[in-house]
Design a protein. Structure first.
Length: 158
């Protein structure tokens, strides 16, 4: 995560642009997936397949954007990096713990509201999956988005 090729991602303005792009791409990707489901339910298979292919292309872009975002904070939000030997220094461990502590209740609330809305509203299979998938993606990405948005500029020794 300390690759010099990714230095361009590590200033605050760039991280905030990456977060904004990631949020927008997440919403668009879930929207196209919901559209594919709705078109499939309406027996428009050709349009549903086109929307599914568009979702796949958007998903590839989202994965690349998420990788850049994770590299911009040097993997601090990644729980798996924390378990590796020599994965995080003390400052990164504190940032990681603080970010997850701040995001716990909003993540739980978001998933709870999505679950209740699907159970109470019973909107159908495709909209239900879209609601829950949007909430799940937002909950999973919230620590990375929060850390990337709020992390101060890095101090450069020298």
């Amino acid at each position: 995560m300390n690759a010099p090729q990714l230095e361009w991602t590590r200033n605050r303005a760039t991280r905030r642009k990456l977060v904004s792009g990631s949020v927008m791409l997440s919403v668009i990707t879930v929207g196209t997936l919901a559209t594919a489901g709705l078109l499939d339910e309406a027996n428009r298979r050709g349009a549903a397949l086109a929307a599914l292919v568009a979702t796949g292309v958007l998903l590839l872009g989202w994965i690349l954007l998420t990788g850049c975002l994770n590299a911009s904070v040097r993997g601090t939000a990644d729980p798996y990096v924390a378990r590796l030997p020599g994965g995080h220094d003390e400052r990164q461990r504190l940032l990681h713990a603080d970010t997850y502590r701040r995001c716990y209740w909003p993540m739980l609330g978001l998933l709870s509201v999505a679950t209740v809305s699907v159970v109470v509203l019973r909107p159908g299979v495709a909209p239900s999956l879209a609601i829950f998938l949007a909430a799940y993606v937002a909950a999973v990405m919230m620590p990375l988005w929060t850390l990337s948005w709020t992390m101060p500029e890095e101090l450069i020794d020298g």
